[in-house]
Write a protein that binds this ligand. Structure first.
Ligand SMILES: *[C@@H]1O[C@H](CO)[C@@H](O)[C@H](O)[C@H]1NC(C)=O
Ligand SMILES: *[C@@H]1O[C@H](CO)[C@@H](O)[C@H](O)[C@H]1NC(C)=O
Ligand SMILES: *[C@@H]1O[C@H](CO)[C@@H](O)[C@H](O)[C@H]1NC(C)=O
Ligand SMILES: *[C@@H]1O[C@H](CO)[C@@H](O)[C@H](O)[C@H]1NC(C)=O
Length: 405
């Protein structure tokens, strides 16, 4: 299971307005008990509230589903997962029976949020109960019916397909959905420290891809068509991303090494790299720098300065090629020592983004393979800078031969 945190649920439920009825008093007392970790007391209070609710007529939907949902959370904390599952289901049934009668938009949204959490936690309870099929259904309800941005339900659904059914296709699809939501910045309640989750997702994506024996994977193009791609290449790429997010993960290091040692794998195909970054062009820098705390571009310049200090050479470089330049994070660091700075990238979308974010940074840009640019400027190149792009080349030898000239 990728995410497991049952205890956060109640915090979101304290927001709604209290009309000071006796029932809401009971609910609030129950929430207080639950937050203090007094689960047994909370269970008693919520049960009392539910009895009271059944006697009264016209109890609000929010109060009803909050009682059932919080009772379920208290029960699950007590270790009674069977009763917890039942109570989450009752919350969901109450939602389906009554949501159409709620007219206030805000209340409607809030009820939907609680229902979404209920079905997500129901999925986790089913996992604990060793009912993987039901867990998958509950996770699917969470993102299909309540919240399409619920990344955690995609992630956990993927892990059940993966761990309990060895269904790599379905797992892959779900992991990718979770990853895309997190990187795209639209995820509901993203983790405060996303690197670990992103690494875990890519690691699992790599496992699913490398498990395919026929090595034929489909790659989705922008226009919706698909083309064939080598699964091992894609798996290697996934493991290298996992490593970037969590450089200490020796399992990912090992998987990457064993895949790239495979002599039949040359380098990630250009189409693959291009489509990857076309998709992420707009959010690329945001996710890399802001969300992930990436500082590799600064380190690269610092390392360069240190190396040059030893060599004793400080004069500007005549022609500098920024290979796989992306949005210009690295190029910017080298602008002040470059007379002419040329950016090369496979993705036209990301070059547009570079022009938008850092107008005038590059004297010239090329869309396409770096090898073609090395050939074009043969023997004139003073310096090649490459941020994170060399990881996309399985075999660096042809590249070195060209650039050294
Ligand atoms: C009420 O919930 C049901 C079940 O989730 C859904 O099909 C329906 O669209 C919802 N109605 C409104 C108005 O949200
Ligand atoms: C699902 O897989 C996980 C990880 O292998 C395992 O711990 C769990 O017991 C499995 N559950 C079922 C129901 O098989
Ligand atoms: C590497 O990451 C994977 C996925 O998050 C995890 O299962 C594994 O335990 C990690 N291995 C190490 C050695 O950190
Ligand atoms: C050149 O730019 C780098 C990166 O912005 C900066 O660290 C360095 O101090 C600059 N050098 C000069 C001489 O302006």
């Amino acid at each position: 299971m990728i995410l497991q945190s049952v205890s956060f649920l109640i915090l979101g439920l304290l927001r709604f307005a209290v009309d000071a009825s006796q029932l809401d008093d009971i609910l609030i007392q129950g929430n207080d008990a639950l937050m203090e970790g007094n689960n047994q007391q909370a269970v008693l209070l919520y049960r009392k509230g539910i009895e009271e609710m059944k006697r009264q007529k016209g109890v609000s939907l929010l109060t009803t589903i909050s009682l059932y949902t919080n009772l379920a959370t208290a029960l699950s904390s007590e270790g009674d997962n069977e009763a917890a599952a039942l109570s989450y289901q009752q919350a969901l049934t109450a939602y389906e029976d009554q949501n159409d009668s709620v007219s206030d938009i805000e209340t409607k949204e809030e009820a939907k949020e609680i229902a979404s959490q209920s079905s997500f936690f129901l999925g986790m309870v089913y996992q604990d109960l060793s009912q993987p099929k039901e867990a998958i259904e509950a996770y699917a309800v969470t993102h299909d019916r309540f919240d399409p941005n619920h990344w955690a339900s995609y992630a956990n659904k993927g892990s059940v397909f993966h761990d309990n059914f060895s269904n790599h296709e379905k797992a892959l699809e779900a992991y990718n959905q979770a990853y895309t939501l997190l990187v795209g910045g639209h995820a509901t309640e993203p983790p405060s420290e996303p690197r670990y989750i992103l690494s875990q997702l890519q690691y699992r994506i790599g496992l699913c891809l490398s498990a395919r024996e026929d090595r034929r994977c489909a790659l989705q193009n922008e226009d919706g068509t698909t083309e064939a791609a080598d699964c091992q290449e894609q798996a290697a790429h996934a493991f290298s991303l996992a490593l970037q997010y969590d450089p200490s993960n020796v399992s990912a290091k090992h998987m990457l090494a064993s895949l790239t040692a495979d002599a039949t794998m040359k380098r990630a195909s250009n189409t693959y790299v291009k489509s990857l970054f076309d998709d992420y062009a707009v959010n690329f820098e945001h996710s890399l720098v802001k969300d992930l705390g990436y500082t590799g571009y600064e380190l690269l310049r610092k390392g360069f300065d240190r190396a040059m200090l030893n060599v004793g050479e400080t004069k500007p470089m005549q022609l500098v090629i920024d290979a796989g330049c992306g949005t210009g994070l690295v190029g910017e660091q080298f602008r002040n020592i470059s007379t002419v700075l040329v950016g090369v990238d496979l993705s036209a979308a990301i070059l547009e983004q570079a022009q938008h974010t850092r107008p005038g940074l590059y004297d010239d840009t090329r869309v396409g393979d770096v090898i073609a640019t090395f050939d074009e400027f043969a023997n004139q190149i003073s310096l090649i800078i490459a941020g994170d792009s060399y990881i996309y080349f399985g075999d660096l030898l042809p590249l070195k031969r060209r650039s050294i000239g």
